[in-house]
Design a protein around this ligand. Structure first.
Ligand code: RUB
Length: 328
């Protein structure tokens, strides 16, 4: 490749920065990741050095691949990339730039509107005085509480801290900003507090065709306990969380993250003491799968669904084809 070709195919530094921020979880949560990825593609289109339509398309696909490879579980990421790349059209670089930027903007606006709409649907499930237990930090789940508050419904929250990254703190902060009384608990205390809980409310990174919910590690245990205590489990998930590949038998990849999120190097030295290092394994799965029988409702911007019927919506929205986002 000559220097000119290199320049033309170079991915903008903003894309690399966004990819890095997603990988390190500075940007996190399925909807936020999707939004940032769409924005990064728009920036790539805007800053392009490509002189030919072919080089432009190539560059956008490379950028999409770089973003895609950051985290494997939230399907909102490839769904967002696919959506933007499908809108890339035109016979000149200028036309391609304009169509890509417009498509990314459209995606981001729709994402926001879907969350608002979903919030209004979810709020209908909440009654005055209800206590809601949350896990992790989900903007879709919080949208339901925000809409309930806007409608004058008073709720309280029991917020699980959510090891190892403690995203529950973000949820607690947001809820306190809205004036919601919050009780923060460690994950292990959840069952004890379920007797005083009216709803378990969580988000999703992906929803599979059989209605399984893939969300932050600990969601499935919480859902099983909630079923045992008779507490309904509500999953707030925009349709961008529907995982189209699962219609054709693929499973959702569960991200395994660095063990140091669980055990720092100093803690590890403490645990191993004088024993040999290599006998201690630490596993850090970031997500788990909650089978549909433990989920009462999946709340989307298209209404609420029993998990078993979600495949109908999936077919309607995604049709049959699912390809890698950068494939032409
Ligand atoms: C976040 C997480 C959230 C979903 C939904 O995991 O599991 O529940 O992503 O979030 P992580 P949202 O912190 O590892 O990204 O409703 O905001 O899309």
């Amino acid at each position: 490749m000559g220097r000119m070709d290199d320049e033309q195919s170079a991915v903008d530094p903003t894309v690399a920065a966004t990819a890095e921020a997603i990988a390190t979880m500075e940007i996190r949560g399925a909807a936020t990741i999707a939004d940032a990825a769409a924005e990064a593609l728009a920036t790539q289109a805007d800053h392009t050095a490509a002189r030919s339509p072919a080089a432009f398309r190539d560059q956008l696909r490379t950028a999409a691949r770089e973003l895609y490879e950051t985290r494997p579980t939230a399907v909102s990421l490839p769904n967002a990339l696919r959506y933007v790349l499908r809108g890339m059209s035109g016979d000149t670089v200028t036309e391609l730039q304009a169509s890509t930027i417009a498509r990314a903007e459209e995606f981001r606006t729709e994402l926001e509107q879907a969350q608002d709409q979903l919030g209004r649907v979810g709020a209908n499930r909440l009654r005055d005085g209800d206590v809601v237990m949350t896990h992790c930090h989900s903007t879709d789940a919080l949208a339901c509480i925000e809409a309930a508050i806007d409608a004058g419904t008073e709720v309280e929250a029991i917020v699980k801290e959510t090891r190892p990254r403690k995203q529950g703190h973000i949820t607690a902060r947001q809820l306190r900003e809205w004036g919601v009384p919050v009780t923060l608990i460690v994950d292990n205390a959840a069952r004890r507090y379920l007797d005083g809980t009216d709803h378990v409310l969580v988000g999703a990174d992906s929803i599979a065709a059989d209605g399984s919910v893939i969300n932050k590690i600990g969601t499935s245990g919480l859902a099983v306990n909630a079923r045992e205590r008779g507490v309904p489990v509500m999953v707030a998930a925009q349709t961008i969380k529907l995982h189209p590949d699962t219609m054709t038998g693929h499973t959702v990849a569960i991200e395994m993250r660095d063990e140091r999120e669980v055990l720092t190097e100093a803690e590890r030295a403490d645990v191993t003491g004088d024993a040999p290092e290599e006998g201690l394994a630490v596993e850090n799965p970031s997500f788990d799968v909650t089978p549909p029988r433990y989920v009462d409702a999946i709340v989307t911007e298209r209404g609420q669904f029993p998990p078993e019927s979600i495949v109908t919506l999936m077919r309607e929205l995604f049709g049959e084809t699912t390809r890698e986002p950068w494939e032409p």
